[in-house]
Design a protein around this ligand. Structure first.
Ligand SMILES: NC(=O)c1ccc[n+]([C@@H]2O[C@H](COP(=O)([O-])OP(=O)(O)OC[C@H]3O[C@@H](n4cnc5c(N)ncnc54)[C@H](O)[C@@H]3O)[C@@H](O)[C@H]2O)c1
Length: 322
């Protein structure tokens, strides 16, 4: 097993939802230095407040990863040995600005690949993909061999990034692995512009507004608690067998949006009406992940049950409101 101990580590998108949780777990691995970069497009410095205050070997830099010179400078200055690449323009933006979302996401990955290819020292890349690259399930549970039928330009940008990283592995031998998480939820998920269904529903109920279901509510997702995804990501780095491979990280459970909203309402004692709106463009119908490859090869097992995770998430948003 490879250790992160005494390594200089970089997290792109580190002020975002998953990135900030990854920073919290990485710092516990006794890394020499942990650098988080983010342009704060959606990320927040407050997500890194605790770690910034308490850990001297942690630093945050406001950097745009689409700028090759800026990101190279950080990687060189801190003699980075491992990069967890999470920075992204999210799905919701791709519905409004498809061209920009696609080019931003691919450009960031391209910059990281090029810097690693040209680096004087070896740098390991653990890059984040997304279950969105599969599109709606042709079969369930969806393993890594499921057809890649992207619905949205966001999914296309993630898949393009995946194949780019893989091509650098095959052609230039970069040390890489791909993490393919299903729908994450938990504390710190962005609830502002371009937010996902869980933070939107919780904050609407807190503000006295009705929760919203788009479409018939029968569309399903595989919800995985953010702490489980982050633990899985570290396992992917630690095991050399992951190199050149992609790993689903999923709970294996299929939950409809209607059931999700009902669970949040129950947790928040909300008994009011639900607002129904028309289906969102590109929305996938069915998602259920098969994470048995990560389980068998890396010993990955999600620890947080759905109801427990929703409770933790609701508690966090409630505490933060005070
Ligand atoms: N949240 C999920 O359910 C989910 C599921 C599957 C995969 N993923 C992947 O996980 C990763 C993290 O997603 P997240 O949910 O934490 O999203 P997030 O939006 O919370 O975090 C992404 C971060 O990237 C930053 N960013 C955007 N453009 C940037 C740029 N040009 N330079 C520097 N930083 C930039 C944003 O400010 C943000 O903080 C992404 O790669 C995403 O595709 C997320």
């Amino acid at each position: 097993m490879l250790s992160l101990r005494n390594k200089n580590v970089l997290v792109t998108g580190g002020a975002g939802f998953i990135g900030s949780h990854l920073c919290d777990q990485l710092i516990e691995q006794s890394v020499a230095k942990l650098v988080a970069v983010d342009n704060l497009f959606l990320g927040k410095k407050s997500n890194l407040q605790a770690i910034s205050r308490t850990r001297k070997n942690f630093l945050f830099a406001e950097i745009d990863v689409t700028n090759p010179a800026a990101i190279k400078k950080i990687i060189d200055r801190h003699r980075i040995e491992v990069i967890f690449h999470l920075a992204v323009v999210p799905l919701e933006v791709s519905l409004l600005k498809p061209d920009w979302c696609f080019t931003q996401n691919v450009k960031m990955t391209q910059n990281i690949c090029e810097i690693i290819r040209q680096a004087a020292r070896p740098i390991t890349l653990v890059a984040y993909s997304s279950s969105e690259v599969y599109g709606s399930a042709r079969y369930t549970p969806m393993d890594e061999n499921h057809p890649l039928l992207c619905h949205t330009p966001y999914a296309a940008s993630k898949l393009s990034s995946d194949v780019l990283v893989y091509s650098y592995y095959r052609t230039f031998g970069i040390d890489m692995a791909l993490v393919r998480p299903f729908n994450n939820y938990g504390p710190r998920q962005n609830e502002g512009s371009y937010a996902g269904v869980i933070p939107i529903t919780i904050t609407r109920i807190m503000r006295g507004e009705k929760p919203i279901i788009y479409g018939d509510g029968k569309q399903t997702r595989d919800f995985i608690f953010v702490g489980d995804t982050v633990a899985g990501t570290i396992k992917i780095y630690q095991n050399k067998k992951s190199r050149g491979e992609v790993f689903n990280l999923a709970s294996g459970q299929q939950i409809s949006i209607a059931k999700l909203i009902k669970t949040i309402c129950r947790e928040m004692n909300y008994r009011g009406e639900i607002e129904h709106r028309s289906e969102r463009p590109g929305d996938v119908r069915k998602h259920q992940g098969d994470a048995s490859k990560a389980e068998k090869l890396l010993g990955f097992t999600p620890m947080v049950r759905f109801e427990e995770g929703i409770k933790k998430t609701v508690d966090w948003y409630r505490r933060r409101e005070i």
